[in-house]
Design a protein around this ligand. Structure first.
Ligand code: PEP
Ligand code: MN
Length: 668
């Protein structure tokens, strides 16, 4: 026991030193801001940040710390410095205490967003909760608060109309934005089984974001309440164990409720965007990447909105949002909210806005403010993933000359000349970069998939794979962990910030699997399972379609056509070997198909050397050979202990082999 106490006290003193170090780092960052201000140097020096991160990773490694941990910690530290710099340029921090109005009470998501936004100056900030969104606006207009914070859109529930309507009348400017990841918790007095809950209280928006979860609970009613944190207090005060609330973990802690379940939101990427409002517009230094928001009304005649948008296009203005709202009292006439990249302090933007006045019937500039979607600095190993430019596919003669109509249309190059690029949570597949998807054949345990995820990330892989529903040749082989495995895969993906790929084998599973997986895989054995193809065609998730082991190029592309035709245009093709007379390998990797496919289709193409080879010793040579013929990426199976793997162990790379492969791919 004594020993334990001693170690704990040592840990406490290490933590103390970490805090002291963070505080002195922040002080130095403040000094930098003042110097940068005098010299007029840019706020961010991305080259320096990248170099700094590389050096830190190398030093961390020498001390036994992995790249992923070092990257995560320093992303937060760099982010904090940038926040201080931005607030400094808003003149924040120079004068006395600031009051920030938000809707709700302590522990509400709006307050959490405010704490995040004003993090570097929390000691100079007081948060004032008010009852309604309108009162937030009034508080700032009347001078009772310096800033107001309003949620404007959520990635699951969509735009918050009330806020748009308030913005059009308010005498306020937008001076900032914040994006908060919303992780809802189900909270109750005691840890009771979910089936005992009869009523769940929360804000309507929060209930909307957890609709699927709530509707699955038997005999349980959603109860809209003024705000999520107040719902927590209601549940606490009612003292009825069958009541629950959906709110932040912080609200639960603050008001003494227990967490029954975390992440009850229907979509794992649940973010809310907040606007920071003030009486006076902010003059933001042109060194900071900004967004500008406008409200415009156009005349009620054909092409008027198009004229306004064309004008923005002529000024090379990149729109990030366009929202329409009906004009009160004028049926079927609309005003438009437009967000775009740029700052009214820039000549180009000021001119565009002036021109826009002449093609609209009214125009209000809501403000220019620092954009919160800052690109994170990447360490070298990831930036290397950009790789050398892909060789342009030489239109290989026989194919290019063959002009007769093909049976597939949407998949063909004739229909779309440019390569299709599919973005999966920021990872672009089909562009000039080279993407590696890696992971075990099957998810076997939480520990196994976490180990794989960590290693994939560490080596610079961009997506995590793992089968949960395994289409096995023998009914007696391991069939996968099903949805339980999928939860583990999704959790590992979240933990290591890797989008996840998993196979779906039944049409009925497509929708529930798509809720947790970022990419749906159709296996070789199902390439011509047309009802399954149609179902993934109706999904919004990208599909990794593997070539059937006895399929021709034309059959392969027609399978893709099914998915495209049903409305899903995000199809990635994957060559994984075909069956030939040869038995020395599991399948024969058809590398010739890659340049052929690149000439026939605009869709991204990947190669899976693992299922082709069936033998570990051949995976690296085949992967390197595949890399040379110009696909957009690789799919590789890895396992922490291949000898113990429940499926495809003989072809799974050991971690050290995978690291070797990654070095050879990205350093050539
Ligand atoms: C897999 O990727 O785990 C798999 C089963 O592959 P294929 O469908 O190519 O055999
Ligand atoms: Mn496999």
């Amino acid at each position: 026991m004594d020993d334990l106490e001693k170690i704990r006290s040592e840990i406490n003193s290490v933590d103390e030193r970490i805090l002291e170090a963070l505080a002195s780092r922040r002080k130095l960052a403040e000094k930098i801001i003042q110097t940068k201000d005098q010299l007029g140097t840019p706020i961010r020096d991305e080259v320096r940040e990248e170099h700094m991160l590389d050096t830190l990773i190398a030093r961390g490694r020498r001390q036994g710390l992995d790249a992923h941990l070092v990257t995560r910690v320093f992303h937060e530290i760099i982010d904090d410095s940038i926040r201080s710099q931005q607030l400094h340029l808003l003149d924040y921090g120079k004068s006395a205490l600031k009051r920030v109005a938000f809707q709700g009470i302590e522990g509400a998501y709006s307050e959490l967003a405010g704490r995040k936004y004003f993090a570097p100056y929390l000691d100079q900030t007081v948060f004032v909760g008010v009852a309604t969104m309108e009162q937030v606006v009034n508080a700032v207009e009347d001078g009772d608060a310096d800033y107001g914070l309003l949620p404007v859109e959520n990635t699951t529930a969509g735009s918050i109309n009330e806020v748009y309507d308030l913005l059009s009348c308010a005498q306020l400017s937008i001076v900032g934005e914040e994006v908060l990841r919303i992780e809802h918790c189900l909270l109750a007095l005691d840890e009771i089984p979910l089936s005992n809950i009869r009523q769940i209280y929360s804000h309507t928006q929060a209930l909307a974001q957890c609709m699927k979860f709530v509707s699955k609970l038997p005999n349980c009613q959603p109860m809209p309440y003024a705000d999520s944190a107040m719902a927590v207090i209601k549940v606490r005060d009612e003292k009825d164990p069958s009541l629950a609330a959906i709110a932040s973990e912080e609200a639960g802690r603050l008001y003494g409720l227990k967490v029954l379940r975390r992440n009850v939101e229907d979509q794992q990427n649940n973010y809310t965007r907040y606007l920071v409002l003030a009486k006076k517009p902010a003059t933001i230094d042109v060194r900071i990447p900004c967004k500008t928001s406008l409200i415009v009304a156009t005349s009620h005649e054909e092409g008027s909105l198009l004229r306004a948008l064309t004008l923005l296009h002529e000024y090379k203005i990149n729109l990030s949002k366009l929202e329409s709202r009906p004009i009160p009292g004028m049926p079927f006439q609309y005003i438009f909210y437009i967000d775009f990249e740029g700052n009214v302090a820039e000549e180009r933007i000021a001119q565009a806005i002036e021109k826009l006045r002449s093609v609209t019937t009214s125009l209000k500039v809501l403000g220019s403010y620092p954009a919160q979607h800052r690109a994170k600095t990447s360490p070298k190993i990831e930036s290397l993933a950009g790789g050398p430019p892909e060789p342009e596919p030489e239109p290989s003669e026989p194919v290019a000359q063959k002009k007769e109509a093909v049976s597939y249309k949407l998949a063909s190059r004739q229909r779309k000349a440019d390569d299709t690029v599919i973005a999966v949570r920021g990872v672009r597949i089909g562009g000039p970069g080279f993407v590696v998807i890696a992971g075990p054949c099957a998810v076997e345990s939480r520990e196994q998939i976490h180990k794989c995820a960590r290693y994939v990330k560490e080596c610079g892989g961009q997506l995590l794979r793992g089968g949960c529903f395994k289409p096995r040749t023998s009914p007696y082989s391991f069939q996968g962990l099903g949805f339980e495995g999928l939860e583990m895969l999704a959790e590992a993906g979240r933990e290591y910030d890797l989008p996840v790929v998993t196979e779906v084998i039944s049409p009925a599973d497509v929708e529930p699997v798509a809720r947790l997986a970022d990419v749906l895989q159709i296996g070789a054995r199902n390439m011509q399972n047309f009802s399954l193809l149609s179902e993934v065609g109706r999904s919004k998730r990208p599909v990794l379609l593997k070539r059937g082991m006895m399929s021709t190029m034309e059959e392969f592309l027609n399978a893709a056509e099914y998915i495209l035709d049903r409305g899903n245009h995000q199809v990635i093709l994957c060559e994984r070997g075909i069956r030939t007379f040869e038995t020395a390998t599991r399948n024969t990797l058809d590398l010739g198909s890659i340049p052929i496919l690149r000439s026939l289709t605009h869709l991204p193409i990947m190669v899976d050397p693992s299922h082709a080879a069936g033998r570990r010793d051949l995976v690296i040579p085949l992967a390197l050979a595949a890399h040379a013929v110009g696909p957009h990426g690789l799919v590789v199976e890895i396992h922490p202990e291949p000898e113990k793997a429940l499926s495809d162990g003989p072809q799974s790379l050991r971690f050290s082999d995978f690291a070797d492969l990654m070095r050879r791919i990205y350093q050539t």
